[in-house]
Design a protein around this ligand. Structure first.
Ligand code: AMP
Length: 497
């Protein structure tokens, strides 16, 4: 796939990604890049540590260009230094979710066949392993000058395994060009500057936390407050000294649950960004009325980085994820709603060791088929209405879960809902709704059914309603519909004679 060339400062290195991540910081070496409980990391420190680590990777662990370095680590600033070190060596940074069990890590190691695994805990696998602390200690024996491997936009930079909700996880290979295009474009549309201080509450093993949040900060010479988890009190404590936050919808609902969230605690903030999962209209509205800030929603995925964003200055439309980013093409195919397809310098070239998937996952004219269903309005704003695999076909008719969820969420006492299909002998699939009540309120199945009948075409009215205390979500705040479908099937099997 052709990559658009990206203009970045190359005076220090002819490694595209290193120039992008360290170029701005090299003009302010003593500035804190990462603030963390374990100690601050200045830009000079990041530059030097990444150079020393690059030596250790090459001289101690025999890592060379194109090799994979798998990292499963707690969230500390040294992970970012290791990421830059990999770019310097031309190695492929492969971060793994910290929640993966030894068994899952082992399977992914078989697939990635890395030269080195950076992980604190030992495990039974043939791959050479070092802990992050050991690697930092080894690095201290080396000089802080390293001749970065020359690279261009097509140089592979990262291998990220998608959540793998269907079958075995697929590894997306992201090139330096993908990553550089991503952060430089976002810096432009969100007007990032070296004055920004970002509240970093996302995992560093995911595209959102690493390639969006951390890369936007580093490439603009800004600062981040790296928090290991999401503690509402801690976040509220640092908001008054920060300017920007990137989070998932759950982060914002948790902030709203705390009465200390107000216009006063957020006066220094200029932007709250949300993505990775759909945000409820009520969250948008409540956040605005409590703080005076309009949340900015954007959309992207592992394989493509960011695709669309509501504008910083123009109209932010609730219920949409905004128009395509500059340089990115988005279209919806096969009707409306239709499948969202995307093409541009942000889109990965192929899946790791599965080149055959290029055939099925891309259209003949080079658009990546996202698997999301969407509607594009006349102004180019995209609304995501669900995933193709979540589409329910009942009695031959299409039902889009998001459409129903939006209606159910307006019913009295309802906080949120999730609609899935259950196997059904008559209809193929039966529309089924999981509903969560607002705190302190009750919702009755019979009321839900009556209202649904009044407000939806009969084929859309859920056959099964289940009132549950909460919806299962993953680390990125996405509702786990596979889990809901499984729970539903179990429930139906138990109750059938
Ligand atoms: P991941 O590859 O883990 O980043 O997941 C990407 C998927 O998250 C997308 O294909 C969408 O289904 C979903 N997603 C990301 N951002 C949004 C958003 N703002 N609204 C709705 N869904 C989103």
């Amino acid at each position: 796939m052709t990559q658009r060339s990206v203009a970045v400062a190359t005076e220090y290195t002819d490694n595209l990604l290193v120039a992008t991540l360290l170029g701005a910081g090299r003009r302010t070496p003593h500035k804190v890049a990462v603030r963390h409980v374990g100690g601050d990391m200045t830009y000079a420190h990041l530059d030097e540590l990444s150079a020393r680590m690059a030596h250790a990777l090459v001289d101690v662990h025999s890592v060379t260009r194109g090799d994979r370095v798998v990292v499963q680590s707690r969230k500390v600033p040294e992970v970012l230094a290791l990421n830059v070190a990999c770019a310097r060596v031309g190695a492929i940074f492969t971060p793994l979710n910290v929640a993966y069990t030894e068994r899952e890590v082992s399977d992914l190691l078989d697939d990635a066949s890395p030269t080195l695994l950076v992980r604190d805990q030992a495990m039974h696998h043939a791959t050479a392993r070092v802990s992050l602390d050991e690697l930092v200690r080894e690095s201290s024996h080396f000089t802080s000058r390293f001749d970065d491997v020359a690279s261009d936009a097509s140089t592979p930079a990262a291998l990220l395994f998608t959540s793998g909700t269907t079958g075995r996880p697929k590894g997306a290979i992201l090139s330096q060009g993908n990553l550089v295009f991503g952060c430089t474009t976002l810096n432009q549309v969100w007007e990032m500057s070296s004055e920004d201080v970002l509240v970093h509450v996302l995992p560093l093993f995911h595209v959102h936390g690493l390639f969006v949040a951390a890369y936007c900060v580093l490439s603009s010479g800004a600062s981040m407050r790296l928090l290991e988890g999401f503690d509402v009190g801690e976040v509220l404590g640092i908001l008054p000294e920060s300017t920007i936050m990137m989070g998932v919808p759950t982060h914002y609902t948790r902030l709203l649950d705390d009465e200390r969230l107000s216009a006063t605690t957020t006066t220094s903030m200029r932007l709250f960004i949300s993505g990775s999962a759909p945000m409820l209209r009520t969250t948008h509205e409540d956040f605005y009325s409590r703080t005076g800030h309009r949340l900015l929603e954007r959309y992207g995925m592992t394989e493509t980085g960011m695709i669309t964003s509501n504008p910083l200055r123009g109209e932010r439309r609730i219920g949409t994820v905004g128009p395509a980013l500059p340089g990115v093409e988005v279209r919806v195919s096969g009707g409306s709603p239709g499948v969202v397809e995307v093409r541009g310098p942000n889109v990965f070239a192929e899946y790791w060791r599965r080149p055959e998937l290029r055939q099925s996952e891309f259209t003949p004219d080079g658009f990546f088929i996202t698997g999301d269903l969407g509607i594009l309005d006349d102004d180019g704003y995209l609304e995501i209405v669900g995933r193709t695999k979540d589409l329910i076909i009942t009695g031959g008719l299409n039902v889009y879960p998001k459409e129903l969820e939006l209606i159910l969420d307006t019913f009295p006492g309802v906080l949120e809902s999730a609609v899935v299909g259950a196997p059904d002998a008559d209809f193929g699939e039966a529309v089924s709704a999981f509903v969560v009540a607002r705190p302190g309120e009750r919702v009755e199945v019979e009321d839900l059914r009556l209202r649904a009948r009044a407000e939806m075409a009969s084929f859309k009215v859920p056959k099964h309603f289940l009132v549950v205390p909460s919806l299962p979500r993953n680390a990125m705040g996405k509702v786990q519909k596979t889990e809901l479908r499984r729970a539903l099937v179990e429930r139906l099997t138990r109750s059938s004679p």
